[in-house]
Design a protein around this ligand. Structure first.
Ligand code: FAD
Ligand code: NAD
Length: 465
């Protein structure tokens, strides 16, 4: 079979791979983009977008169910088939957009095959062809880990790969893993009327660096569905349904189990040992996170597959850095990376920004349990913890608060700008907004760091702020 040649081969046509190929080609390299499916990215097909579509339906149901507090009664009728149809209709539009992008690639760039290394400059494709590539970008993503006891349960098992294909909502769902995927999908399903129970082997929620926030998450979400900590239940199939046993005689039956127990990098089958890279006990190479280069090899690694920052905007940026550097190799250029930034789209959302409490000289707390605008909207719960250095400069935040996905962006941008609490307090806060709630935390930081409050701003609060 034929041997293909290129300056830069990109393995994996997900978010990181698409971005890497574009950057390498933009920098003048001849490229190949290799993927067995070209079905669309994980984000569009089975990740970010369908999960947010399910959460959006759940939010509508929740608002309708809780409207009576406003004097409005609208008990929701949930048509599970229609919920899943709308999800797939919208999801398919996003996925089609990605596939349309593949059609616009220059002829011959997209290679439909699975690749593995035969050497640092040589790839073998599963259709018998081979590729001689001066440089390669690995962008093969991650895949759900299925704990051993669940591996033989056949159609009772769901992961993010097939849960969005359900024709109808199940009546009951067990979820293994109280992490990001587990809690987003558990809350969505529960709000859509599914009986949900979440199991996690850890003794507590660990989504936040702030223990008080982890407790608040457990309390708030635990009021909507059962969360069993410190448990790795044993599954069995009984009369076509799933039975879970989790010690001390406790057991329950479910229609399905959704596995959300982490997503390890997809490196199996890549034969990375043929690249000359030193691999750790998990088979992972070391790489520079400012250049995405593996050691001093002509090989770069971007996106979930490097296991460092497994979220979309990072995959996209890492792909751009890797693709550009692959094209320029050996003149690779380091790029500054932005602070850590993750959002879990529960209601309220959970976010981590920048550095955490261990690096902070002072901490400011805004309690959203009685915040004005949050009360107006019947969303008053949670808190924002802001971290600052000794000069009252913001370095990070942890939050679980209404509007948290938006607040998190403001805070991240303030951290990137190096803004101080005083400077932020000196900016206008419209009334009544969720943003106003941040002022308590900012004022606490000014006091703790012995920095003056802005002299031209009132330090009181308008009613309900
Ligand atoms: C349910 C869920 C919800 C999520 N929600 C969010 C969210 O709201 N916000 C957010 O920021 N992130 C979210 N994420 C994470 C985000 O989806 C990922 O960080 C992102 O998709 C990673 O992109 P990637 O390019 O690294 O991998 P992928 O998009 O998975 O691409 C990897 C590609 O590599 C290909 N491949 C694998 N092996 C080979 C091989 N040997 N040869 C050739 N090709 C190969 C695969 O076919 C695939 O196309 C979510 C993830 C999941 C699972
Ligand atoms: N909003 C977002 O940005 C978003 C949404 C979904 C997914 N993601 C990405 O996907 C990644 C994977 O998400 P995830 O939720 O699968 O992983 P995770 O690491 O967030 O959570 C996995 C959980 O499963 C538990 N667990 C593992 N094995 C277990 C077992 N055998 N029994 C019981 N519990 C077990 C762990 O203790 C952990 O709490 C995330 O790290 C994130 O990067 C992001």
């Amino acid at each position: 079979m034929s041997d293909l040649q290129c300056d830069v081969a990109v393995i994996g046509a997900g978010t990181a791979g698409i971005s890497a190929e574009r950057a390498a080609r933009g920098a003048g390299a001849s490229t190949l983009l290799i993927d067995p499916n070209f079905a669309g990215t994980v984000c569009a097909t089975v990740g970010c977008m369908p999960s947010k579509l399910l959460l959006a339906a759940a939010k509508r149901a929740h608002h309708a169910r809780t409207a009576d507090i406003f004097g409005i009664s609208a008990p929701p009728q949930i048509d599970g088939k229609a919920v899943m149809q709308r999800l797939r209709r919208e999801r398919d539009r996003f996925a089609q957009g990605v596939r349309d992008g593949f059609k616009r690639l220059p002829q011959g760039v997209a290679i439909t095959a699975r690749a593995r290394f035969a050497g640092p400059n040589r790839l073998l494709l599963d259709d018998g062809r081979s590729v001689t590539a001066a440089r390669t970008v690995i962008a093969t993503g991650s895949a759900p880990a299925i704990p051993g006891p669940f591996q033989h349960l056949g159609d009772l098992i769901l992961t993010n790969d097939n849960v969005f294909e359900l024709p109808d909502l199940p009546e009951s769902l067990a979820v293994i893993g109280a992490g990001v995927i587990g809690l987003e999908l558990a809350q969505a399903m529960a709000r859509l009327g599914v009986r949900v129970a979440v199991f996690d082997r850890a003794n507590q929620i660990r989504l936040s660096r702030q223990p008080a926030i982890n407790q608040a998450i457990a309390q708030a979400l635990g009021a909507e569905f059962a969360i069993h900590h410190g448990s790795s239940p044993t599954p069995s199939r009984v009369d076509g349904k799933l039975r879970l046993d989790w010690g001390a005689g406790r057991s329950d039956m479910f229609d399905h189990v959704l596995i959300a127990a982490g997503r390890p990098p997809q490196v199996a089958g890549l034969d990375l040992d043929r690249t000359g890279a030193t691999l750790d006990e998990r088979g992972m190479p070391t790489f520079n996170d400012q250049t995405m280069q593996i050691e001093d090899l002509p090989i770069f690694i971007a996106g979930d597959v490097n296991g460092a920052r497994p979220v979309l905007h990072e995959a996209s940026q890492e792909g751009a850095i890797a693709g550009r550097n692959a094209a320029r190799f050996p003149q690779v250029q380091p790029f500054d990376r932005s602070p850590q930034f993750t959002i879990t789209f529960t209601d309220p959302p959970i976010a981590r920004i920048g550095k955490g409490p261990d690096d902070a000289a002072c901490v400011g707390l805004s309690d959203y349990g009685n915040q004005g605008r949050a009360r107006v909207e019947d969303q008053a719960q949670g808190s924002v913890h802001l971290y600052a250095d000794s000069q009252d400069r913001l370095i990070g935040a942890d939050l679980f608060a209404p509007g948290g996905d938006h607040l998190a962006h403001l805070l991240l941008w303030a951290v990137i700008e190096g803004a101080t609490a005083t400077e932020l307090l000196n900016r206008p806060f419209y009334h009544p907004t969720l943003e106003e709630g941040l002022r308590s935390a900012l004022r606490q930081i000014c006091r703790a760091s012995d920095t003056a409050l802005p002299p031209n701003q009132d330090c009181g609060n308008p009613p309900g702020s």
